[in-house]
Design a protein. Structure first.
Length: 139
DNA sequence: GCCAACGTTGGC
DNA sequence: GCCAACGTTGGC
């Protein structure tokens, strides 16, 4: 079981869109970055991820689950780009802002802090537990 | 809207 | 294969 973090601009694709897709989930397409793609290739069904809103809000708002493993990205013919499908599991009771993450000495190693621009990031079990605690949900 | 960080592209 | 130019991301 691994943990991840997905970033999206909420005015393009936000948590509400994700929730509206229900259990069927949705392709996390459009990623054109090798490191982010490699992270998706490493994902297994049942892995969990945080859903982060960049630009607007700048906060972790919910938890998603991988519901389809890596497959070709349907939005391009370029064979380099794969993606997974994710579905919304539940919102955080309280969003965890980027400022909170940056201010928490236990979270200084998070990719969200150290690799700010990476759009699909790994999260450690420890970080998962801490952020869930801040967000008011069970890990 | 600005600008720093950083990934990608393309010439050599 | 190196590296400068360029484009994009995303916080502020």
């Amino acid at each position: 079981m691994a943990y991840w973090l997905f970033k999206s601009e909420p005015d393009v694709w936000g948590w509400d869109h994700q929730v509206a897709k229900g259990d069927a989930g949705e392709e996390w397409h459009g990623v054109r970055n090798y490191l982010a793609r490699n992270n998706m290739r490493a994902m297994k069904i049942g892995d969990l991820g945080f859903f982060y809103h960049s630009n607007i809000g700048k906060e972790i708002v919910g938890i998603v689950e991988i519901c389809a493993e890596s497959h070709p990205d349907s939005t391009t013919d370029d064979p380099r780009w794969d993606c997974v499908d994710i579905r919304a599991v539940r919102p955080l009771m309280r969003p965890v802002t980027l400022a909170e993450v940056k201010a928490d000495p236990r979270l200084q190693e998070m990719a969200l802090v150290k690799s700010m621009r990476l759009s699909v990031q790994p999260v450690t079990a420890e970080e998962w537990r801490i952020v869930c605690g801040l967000g008011g949900v069970d890990p």
